[in-house]
Design a binder for this molecule. Structure first.
Ligand SMILES: Nc1nc2c(ncn2[C@@H]2O[C@H](COP(=O)(O)OP(=O)(O)O)[C@@H](O)[C@H]2O)c(=O)[nH]1
Ligand SMILES: [Mg+2]
Length: 194
């Protein structure tokens, strides 16, 4: 029997997407923000998604089946300054095609660094997913890097930039290192099924 948590495949274009037997949830965020670490933390597997030491290389879209429940779709990270214009276009086409054409996209997790205000590209992504009217969750990761007493201030700053009217449960404080917030992200994933 195939493993219930595994890489289903990777692709750049729709014709190459693997068959996904479960609802798909895409992860969007800046390069190096912690998307792959989040996937590994949710999966309870350290080396499922590759953690990048060197950010910015435009990669394919990776599809991971998690516990036979959900498919997490690791989109290539945006906002890496040193890529060429051609690379950036390739990135845009890849992500847009996935977001518009995927057969079974049920939700999006936008990953932000809790320490930083959302960048212009974070805001663009957020506006896009708002307009798409798809269930979404904001995850403010790397929470272990700041004191717990400061979490709320950083969360408020992020909300202020994106949308002050965001509901509390739409933004989860997370750490892949300590697994803070893991259950809340799972609750979101489970709310999408079926
Ligand atoms: N301290 C800490 N480091 C993290 C966390 N999440 C990711 N990182 C580190 O941030 C870097 C980029 O992580 P990665 O998951 O590859 O980011 P991605 O490019 O968005 O997939 C790696 O060095 C990770 O170890 C976290 O929650 N806490
Ligand atoms: Mg990654």
């Amino acid at each position: 029997m195939a493993e219930s948590t595994r890489l289903l495949g990777s692709a750049a274009r729709k014709t190459d997407y693997p068959f996904c037997p479960r609802p798909e949830v895409a992860l969007a965020g800046r390069s190096n923000v912690g998307k792959s670490s989040l996937i590994n933390c949710l999966a309870g597997r350290h080396q499922l998604a590759r953690i990048s030491g060197t950010p910015g290389k435009t990669r394919n879209i990776f599809f991971y089946l998690i516990r036979n429940e959900i498919v997490l779709v690791d989109l290539p990270g945006y906002g890496f300054a040193r890529v060429s214009k051609g690379e950036r276009n390739r990135w845009g086409i890849m992500i847009e095609e996935y977001l518009q054409e995927s057969e079974n996209l049920q939700g999006i997790i936008q990953v932000l660094d809790i320490r930083h205000k959302p960048s212009a590209q974070d805001q663009e992504m957020f506006n896009w997913l708002r307009a798409a009217e798809i269930p979404f969750l904001l995850v403010a990761t790397k929470a272990d890097k700041i004191k717990k007493g400061k979490w709320n201030k950083h969360v408020q700053d992020i909300k202020q930039e994106l949308d002050p009217g965001l509901e509390k449960e739409q933004l989860v404080v997370f750490s892949a290192q300590s697994a803070t917030g893991r259950e809340k992200v799972w609750s979101f994933l489970k709310s999408l099924k079926g």
